[in-house]
Structures are given as C-alpha cells and as structure tokens.
Design a protein around this ligand. Structure first.
Ligand code: UD1
Length: 389
C-alpha cells in the first residue's frame, strides 16, 4: 500500500473518494476538481489498484489531470471474491487512520461495493455517484454491485430521472436521492476540444492506410464477461463483426480481459485478421475515435453514454441496458448478439446516418459542481443535527 500525503485541515469536511477501475477515473476527475473549488471540503483520493496497467490507469490520471492518489491499495486482479475481499481488508485501516466525514464511491465496479461496505459498517456516510441505474439482470456482476451499493448509501446522486423510480421501488427514501446529472459527461465536455482527430489516432496507431478516406470506420469495444468469457459466444460475435467489417472497417481497441480470452480460445488470429485491433487506447484517443466513427458497437456502459453525448450511433451488444435514457433519448440501440439485427441496424446507420438523439437533461458539464455543493450542504446539516443530539 502506498500513502502519499494527508490533506486534512481543521474546520473542513473531509471526503474520501474511491476509484478502482478505468471508468471510475473519468467520474472522479471532475468531482475532485469541484471539491477543490469549495472552501468547505477537503477531498482525498484512494485508488484500490483494481486497474493498474499504464494503459488502464496511468494514462487516464495524466490526461484527466488527476493528482496521484493519496493512497494506493495496490490490490490488482483476482476472482470477484478475492478482489472484493482484498480491497475491503486494505481499505479498513485507511478509514481507521483518516476518519473521513464521508466516503464517496462512483459507478458499479468491485471497488465501489467493497469500499461502500467497509464504510457503512463503520457507520460512516456513504455517498454514491451514479446511483439507481438498473439492468434488472443479476447475471451481471455490476448489477449486484449497483443494488447493494445503493442500499448502503446515505446520499445518492443520479444521472437520469428514471433512476429515482428504481431506488424508490427498492425502499430507498427519495429524500436521500438527488438528480445531479452525469459526471462522466462533465469530463467528456471538458476534454472534447483536446481530443485528436480520429485520423490522427489511426495514423499514429499505424492503421490509417487500411481505411478509405471517405468510407470511414466503425469502432468496437468488448469486455463484458457475458460476451467474452465463453469461447463459443465470443467466436460467434467475432463472426458477426467480421461480416460487418466487409462493409465498414472496424477498429477494435482490445481490453486486457478480452485479449486474454481471445488468446485462450485460439481466436486472436481470427480477430486480428478481420478487425483492425489496437491495444487499449487512452481517454483522449478514445474520444477522438468515438467522435470520428460512423457507428460504435459496444458492451460498455460508459460508451453508451458518451456516444449519446457525441451524437454518434451506438449498437449495444447486450440484451439490456441500465442506461435506458441513451435508448429513449440518445443514439443507442440494444441489439444483443443477434447477428441479423446487428447487420440490419448497422446497414440502416450506413444508409441514413441512424439515430441522432438529443442530449439528456443535466448532461451539461456541471454535474460535479452540483454534487459538490449539495454534498457540502448535506454534510454540514448532518454534522449540525448530530452535534445537537
Ligand atoms: C471492470 C469492471 C467493469 C468495468 C471494467 C472497465 C467489475 C466487476 N468490473 O471489469 O464493470 O466495465 O472494469 O474496464 O468491477 N487487467 C489487466 N490490467 C489492468 C486491469 C485488468 O491486465 O490494469 C486484466 C486482468 O487480467 C484481469 C482482467 O483484466 O483479471 C479483468 O480485470 P477486472 O478488474 O477483474 O475486470 P474488468 O473486466 O476490467
């Protein structure tokens, strides 16, 4: 475990923010900035180390200008039980030493539930940013993390109005819920102008010559266990993508988990032979690729939201989404693994451009500011009512 510094100052509220995996970094960055702009809060950052590679972690900290974490728990990879347990074991002494006024967790990864559970059992306030999203699919590890984290949370910030209904149904007091907007979109809007063009990204990756200048490209991301863990499922998805790639070249930055599964299943050569495979790309390059793509095929939650914000058609390679607003208002279409449906929707996009959508309410770049202000007021009120007891 690495401890960097202590930022606790007397008279200020101390909020300990947790990050663990790649999609957490984009969410924590604007929150840390918004807390720094307030006089009332000192925030510190704990990285669990769930994601640790330069490509999965360091590049994001640098580009998003996130200070090095105050504490790095260095847990690394493992089964769900091992990873979650290891985070809990290493997180507990950090809370004992720092005694923060609140522990803030984002998203739905194993680090989110692990740290929320430790904090809740210590009677500390748990704050969940991106609360109330539901896929209603308990086969998805993230769904379990989402439901349990929300149950443990004292203050819950949502990205879309429908989330409140999910939380209320699960018995959560609506007074604890605040509709604040989408912090991931704060980051997208803050960095969009800095992103290189897709052509630059592809030239630097050495694949630009494979593309016709006017034909464009599609972008693929794939890492969900339900898509990549079973070799047969992965193989048939690959066949579908290879057929699509005959009409539109497909760029495929490969997540380490997916690469490992492709190699283990003996499918790597097939993937690299039909798609333009790249190593995982950093945040700005991914933004450039998404913005320049004619369509995106993905099983990621964040990419569904980012394509909606960018107005780029997205085909979600899952049976469901916990982010229904991206379908109702945005550019997202749920296609599952149905080869025929995927081909049909992709053909429609290539023919007439596909869904254009609109930007959902409060996806305006100010969500983190709203959360910081609300949290400061909420914590002060809580401290006041506790000292009056
Ligand atoms: C995790 C999240 C998922 C999120 C995804 C984004 C959970 C349950 N899942 O899935 O919700 O969408 O992050 O990427 O928390 N690995 C590396 N280097 C790294 C990190 C991981 O090589 O820096 C490899 C390891 O082989 C590891 C595998 O990727 O076993 C999976 O990593 P893990 O954190 O367990 O889950 P993800 O699939 O990344």
């Amino acid at each position: 475990m690495v401890e960097n510094r202590s930022t606790r100052r007397p008279g200020r509220l101390n909020v300990l923010c947790v990050v663990g995996a790649r999609p957490n970094f984009m969410k924590a960055a604007p929150l840390m900035r918004a807390f720094a702009a307030l006089d009332s809060i000192d925030a510190c950052l704990v990285h669990t180390g769930q994601h640790y590679d330069a490509a999965m972690k360091t590049a994001f900290f640098e580009q998003l200008q996130i200070a090095e974490p105050d504490v790095d728990l260095g847990v690394g990879s493992g089964t769900h039980a091992v990873q979650t347990a290891e985070i809990m074991k290493r997180f507990e002494p950090v809370l004992d030493a720092r005694r923060p006024d609140a522990v803030l967790v984002v998203g739905d990864v194993n680090s989110t539930i692990a740290c929320a559970l430790v904090a809740a059992k210590k009677g500390m306030a748990v704050i969940h940013v991106e609360a109330g999203l539901r896929s209603f699919d308990r086969g998805m590890p993230e769904e379990i993390n989402r439901v349990l984290t929300d149950q443990l949370s004292d203050r819950l910030y949502t990205t879309e109005r429908g989330a409140l209904e999910n939380l209320t149904r699960e018995g959560i007091d609506p007074d604890r819920v605040c509709f604040a907007g989408n912090v991931m979109i704060d980051t997208l809007l803050a960095h969009r102008a800095r992103a290189p063009s897709a052509r630059t990204v592809l030239s630097e990756a050495g694949v630009a010559q494979e593309l016709h200048p006017r034909e464009g490209f599609g972008l693929v991301t794939l890492h969900r266990p339900s898509n990549v863990d079973d070799p047969e499922t992965l193989g048939s998805l690959l066949d579908t993508l290879a057929t699509l790639a005959e009409d539109l070249p497909l760029i495929f930055p490969v997540h380490p988990r997916t690469r490992a599964r492709l190699e283990a299943a003996g499918l790597w050569e097939r993937a690299a032979g039909s798609l333009l495979v790249l190593p995982p790309v950093d945040y700005l390059n991914m933004l450039g690729l998404m913005a320049g793509a004619r369509l995106v095929l993905t099983d990621s939650g964040g990419v569904q939201e980012e394509t909606t914000a960018l107005g780029v058609p997205c085909l979600t390679l899952r049976e469901n989404t916990e982010r229904p607003i991206t379908v109702d208002q945005g550019t997202n279409t749920i296609v599952g693994r149905d080869a025929e449906l995927i081909r049909r929707v992709a053909a429609e996009v290539l023919r007439d451009g596909g869904k254009t959508g609109r930007i959902p309410e409060l996806w305006d770049g100010r969500a983190a500011e709203r959360i910081a202000r609300d949290l400061s007021a909420w914590l002060m009120q809580r401290a006041g009512s506790r000292s009056a007891e």
